[in-house]
Design a protein around this ligand. Structure first.
Ligand SMILES: Cc1cc2nc3c(=O)[nH]c(=O)nc-3n(C[C@H](O)[C@H](O)[C@H](O)COP(=O)(O)O)c2cc1C
Length: 186
């Protein structure tokens, strides 16, 4: 399985990146082909809302030529949204990527169809508040996006930031990330 991890934290070696390590290791050990793409150090502009992509068939078709990882998304069987929870949603660089999903969904113009229907989506999150209280709004948003886009949502694994990096290096956090890796590969 081709797995794309989109890592949205501006802290490239922070909590979310730390949680990605055992997750990614387990994916590879179980035979997955993995691409790990950090977003915050890239030039990924916000969606302009111009709808130009809706007139382009068979390809992503965004008029903005920047680092939007559209080819990686098209390559992936499973897209993992790895993000700290910021203001009850994902970090800004990831929001730019999510907003720019229109190019994969040709629902609103002369172009038709979907470039990504059937792909799987999972969430790997870190957060300061407790469990579902922190992650529910983002998870609900992604579940709706998946339903709307005919993607298969396969679940969330998240760990609370109680002690900075150390929270993500505990046996429990690492084992949980590995269990989640095996779950999303099924
Ligand atoms: C600007 C900002 C906003 C945050 N907003 C939330 C929030 O809404 N809910 C929450 O549970 N934690 C929030 N946090 C805490 C982070 O999600 C948490 O510390 C996370 O593990 C940071 O991950 P990172 O090191 O990968 O960036 C926020 C942190 C920052 C810096």
């Amino acid at each position: 399985m081709n797995v794309l991890i989109l890592m949205g934290s501006p802290r490239l070696h922070g909590n979310t990146a730390e949680l990605c390590k055992p997750f990614m290791e387990e994916l590879k050990e179980n035979g997955a082909e993995v691409r790990y793409v950090t977003l915050a150090d890239k030039n990924i502009k916000p969606c302009k809302g111009c709808y130009a992509c809706q007139e382009v068939s068979g390809e992503y078709g965004c008029c903005q030529k920047d680092d939007m990882p559209a080819d990686d998304i098209l390559w992936a069987d499973l897209i993992v949204l790895a993000t700290p929870i910021y203001a009850w949603y994902c970090a800004a660089s990831m929001k730019n990527v999510l907003d720019r999903h229109y190019g994969f969904n040709k629902f609103y113009g002369s172009a038709e169809g979907s470039l990504w229907a059937g792909k799987k989506v999972a969430i790997l999150a870190t957060h300061g508040y407790d469990g579902a209280y922190a992650t529910d709004p983002f998870e609900m948003g992604i579940q709706r996006l998946c339903k709307h886009s005919n993607l298969e949502y396969v679940g969330l694994y998240s760990v609370q930031d109680e002690d900075n990096l150390a929270s993500f290096q505990t046996e429990e956090a690492v084992a949980g990330a590995k269990v989640f890796a095996r779950k999303v590969l099924v």
